[in-house]
Design a protein around this ligand. Structure first.
Ligand SMILES: [Cu+2]
Length: 582
């Protein structure tokens, strides 16, 4: 499926009159997420535009509705109390005609600023409402029912797992029959066996379906026509009947996280101050947690550190070369809107008892209707902030008398996690007293499993055997996580320098090594060699080779920068996708 950048194809309208009264805007900061009322207004204005034009369709879906963040220069010039723009970004999908639009709605003026139709083949993220429809379409599809029964699975007990279609095209003969050919909006579905109706489950013994893969059946649904267009029906393997539940083997005695004198977190809405740190935090429906305007107080100056930092994409692809698997390459942020899958955080399960919990409000992809007046949904407790011990922050020992001089560390963790199919991803942004920020990613849940009939498989590092001798394999795959860090260390005029380490031959000794610094001129893709220990450093400096006093001053400031190692020094791996695969 073609997934180009969202480039303007047709500018349908530049302005449109208000659909109603001006919306009441309570936001006090340019990055404040849209309120339910603002989203309702944006929905109404977009819907009114479509209703009023006979050339535009109804039955719309809204894959995303989110604040269109003001231009960076506007935000940098903004001061508390100043006016700021309030614009909603709305993506609109019409399945039947396979068209997608992007609308911008000025909420301060209650008017449509622009409505742009995207190039043919552009597909927005998949939606909950499509999943509900596709699930019903597959359950009514006789060949799928037969394929389940042939494998000993009661179709009523099956769980259908939604996937974006990946980049494997439809067979040519199938695509040739479709009005939109290879541009058709597709969903692909895997099947897992719950083993019982959902209502029949014992809540104390949940039966997660991901341990019971039904191998050999992948259903492809055309979401333009609302019909199954393709189904694999290949291998048949026994299906595990186990719940996959593992009793906890360790029951530690209680560990308390009390702060009897109160917390050092000073939070006013989304604005957080903690020791020398200050930032603005919000949950974005696509990227999840976003940290804005991160600053660090340093000897009386609140130094800018980062304009915006967030997860940008998670790419997970599978290395099993057969028809049921070769298409599986998930882009968890762009295809699934990872932020909308944020989970409510539970105290003593996700976060400690001293955590402060923040709520979010997101859109419903069908917009307002009789049951949901604003077309929004609440996501309570989806971001947490908490303090924890940080171990040794700094320490030294006087060699003459062994006196120790030590500072005990403290950390601020800002966290969220999301549920994406079989996986749970958790993201901790950890602020430290020494001026560093660490990003820690948690990956848990189930591997994406397959049924198999062989105890060893080249495609799977481990094949499990359940108590009844049924084999379940977890095929080889890789997870790549990308973060977009717009760092403004001491201002927006930054550059990024990458350091590599290499052996120095010819010195007469074998211990010599040296570092080389490479200036990265622009944002984009980089091929690096992890074995050479690439370490990135952001510097605040003017882009000049002359040693001006200003450059010297900025350069020195950079070396005192709170962020010295923005690129992790941890282990990294090279992608294993063959170059010959294109
Ligand atoms: Cu994995």
């Amino acid at each position: 499926m073609k997934r180009g950048l969202l480039v303007c194809l047709v500018c349908v309208a530049l302005t449109f009159p208000a659909a109603g009264e001006a919306v009441e805007i309570a936001a006090s900061h340019p990055f404040e997420p849209l309120s339910a009322l603002e989203m309702k207004t944006a929905f109404e204005i977009v819907k009114a535009r479509f209703t009023s034009d006979p050339n535009l369709p109804d039955k719309l879906r809204f894959p995303i509705l989110v604040l269109s963040e003001p231009p960076k220069q506007t935000v940098l010039a903004w001061k508390t109390g100043d006016a700021f723009p309030r614009v909603a970004h709305v993506e609109i999908l019409h399945n039947e005609s396979n068209r997608t639009w992007v609308a911008l709605v000025d909420l301060r003026q209650s008017k449509l600023v622009s409505l742009e139709q995207m190039p043919a083949g552009t597909q927005p993220a998949l939606t909950d409402s499509e999943n509900i429809e596709a699930d019903a379409i597959i359950r009514a599809y006789r060949p799928w029912q037969d394929a389940m029964r042939a494998r000993g699975v009661n179709p009523d007990f099956a769980f259908l797992d939604i996937w974006a279609p990946g980049d494997a095209p439809l067979p040519d003969d199938v695509a040739a029959k479709l009005p939109y050919g290879q541009n058709t909006r597709l969903l692909r579905y895997l099947t897992f066996d719950r083993g019982a109706k959902l209502e029949a489950f014992d809540p104390l013994a949940p039966q997660n379906p991901y341990g019971r893969p039904v191998e050999g059946v992948v259903v492809t649904v055309d979401m333009n026509a609302g019909a199954v267009v393709h189904m694999t029906d290949t291998v048949m393997h026994p299906i595990s009947t186990e719940s996959g539940n593992a009793p906890a083997t360790v029951a530690p005695r209680p560990l308390s996280s009390e702060q009897p004198q109160g917390s050092d977190i000073d939070r006013q809405g989304h604005l957080v101050r903690w020791h020398n740190w200050q930032f603005y935090v919000a949950l974005h429906p696509r990227e999840g947690l976003v940290l804005y305007d991160v600053r660090f107080a340093d000897r009386g100056t609140l130094r800018p550190i980062a304009y915006r930092m967030a997860l940008s994409e998670i790419y997970v692809y599978y290395g099993l070369g057969e028809a049921n698997w070769a298409w599986r390459g998930a882009l968890d942020v762009g295809e699934y809107n990872a932020g909308t899958l944020a989970q409510a955080l539970k105290v003593n399960e996700d976060v400690p008892e001293n955590a402060q919990l923040l709520d979010a409000v997101f859109f419903s992809d069908i917009g307002p209707d009789g049951e949901n007046e604003t077309g929004t949904r609440d996501l309570p407790a989806t971001v947490a902030l908490y303090e924890r011990d940080g171990g040794i922050l700094w320490s030294r020992t006087d060699p003459s008398n062994y006196d120790r001089d030590t500072r005990y560390g403290r950390e601020l963790v800002v966290t969220w996690n999301c549920w994406i199919g079989n996986y749970i991803y958790g993201f901790d942004w950890i602020f430290k007293l020494d001026g560093s920020i660490e990003i820690r990613v948690l990956l848990t849940g189930n591997t994406l499993n397959r049924g198999t009939n062989a105890e060893t498989e080249a495609s799977a590092p481990k094949v499990g055997i359940d108590t009844k001798g049924v084999l379940v394999a977890a095929p080889n795959h890789q997870h790549f996580l990308n973060f977009r860090l717009d760092l403004d260390v001491d201002g927006p005029v930054n550059h990024f320098t990458e350091m590599e380490v290499a052996h120095l031959p010819g010195t007469g000794f074998k211990n010599s090594f040296a570092t080389t610094m490479q200036h990265i001129e622009q944002e984009g893709f980089r091929d690096t060699n992890p074995s050479r220990c690439a370490i990135g450093t952001w510097k605040a400096a003017v882009k000049t080779h002359s040693v001006s006093r200003r450059a010297m001053r900025l350069s020195r400031a950079a070396w005192r920068s709170p962020i010295r190692r923005p690129v992790s020094r941890g282990s990294s791996v090279l992608p294993l996708l063959s170059i010959s695969c294109g």
